[in-house]
Ligand binder design. Sequence first.
Ligand SMILES: Nc1ncnc2c1ncn2[C@@H]1O[C@H](COP(=O)(O)OP(=O)(O)OP(=O)(O)O)[C@@H](O)[C@H]1O
Length: 373
Amino acid sequence: MITLNFKLPRRHFMLQVNCQLPSSGVTAIFGRSGCGKTSLLRAIAGLEPSCQGLISFQQQHWLAGKTAIPIHQRRIGMVFQEASLLAHLSATDNLLYGYKRTPAAEQKLQPAQVIEMLQLAPLLALDLEQLSGGQRQRIALGRALLTSPQLLLIDEPLTALDAPSKQEILPYLQHVARQCQIPMLLVSHQLDDIVQLADYIMLLEQGEVISQGELQQQLNLAQFAAFGAMSVLHCQVMPNPEPLHIYSHNYAHNYNQDADLLTLQLGEQKLQVAAPLHLQNQQHKAQLKECRLRVQARDVALSLAKLEHSSVSNQLTVIITGMRDAEHPAEVLVQLMVEQQPLQALITKQSAKRLKLAVNMQLYAQIKAVAIH
Ligand SMILES: Nc1ncnc2c1ncn2[C@@H]1O[C@H](COP(=O)(O)OP(=O)(O)OP(=O)(O)O)[C@@H](O)[C@H]1O
């Protein structure tokens, strides 16, 4: 557990945190600009001398009253918005900066492992000026990992980057989250980053924690209403089946779906979805064993019978577990269960009545579009 019970004065408010966070997996800290997210991470890192109270990590007191243990003894890895590589050092020296200063007994991760995991080898031959924003972030992430930290603090590593650079760093953060077993606190404004990476979400407003909990539960809160009702499905990635034969009226050909489609297993059922662009990198594709699908409730349609002549290829057998009022009075949010995972469909009340929908009914959900993570 990470126990936080401290106060930190800010210019317009007091950052006042009293909560416990899991000391495993990825916890996302979400909130409006200026609500205190960076200050929270800085306090945990020991960078805010005016912070008072208690900060403890798995029984170690990092801050107790005014007594604070020094930053290096907290063994924290940090990646902040702008990758702050040291300009007078080469890419390799930047990468190894923390590693060389970590006592041998604590060096759990070795350079070769990190270079392989983050695909850093081609970058280490370049001058710092030749590196893109995403590549600098990758080196900063590698540098943080090579201190073998007990906690990683990541402050919006993606917002400062343009879209292609984001694709460069995001899959690596996913590998780190899955492979390294280092707990991570991640500050982000981006819903997709959160859905991709987080297991747990903490919501901050004007310096106060207003809610915390598991990803799906938090996504149902009013603070996320602007993004629309959604569900997150956890799937296994399957090897692609034989090439698909596509027929049009005057030709037939094999479509090489390997590059473009992902086949996913959801319990006993299968889905096929368009592969995200970063999976054109074969190493990422090979490493991807599981993924998360963000499914907007408005992209789920329901039918009593399986649709035969439809462009929608993803039809899942589901069971209705409940109905909830939607924001619009003419609509209803149908709560479904698919292979023991919750899924929501947003349909009109008129359709619900016409189909005589009721709890425990089995039917088919057509998923029209998904965001993949
Ligand atoms: N050293 C400081 N002393 C006093 N107030 C500060 C200090 N640093 C930041 N602040 C103020 O504290 C508030 C919270 O800032 P912080 O950077 O923690 O927010 P944030 O949620 O991370 O914002 P953003 O999402 O825009 O990065 C802001 O009003 C900021 O001006």
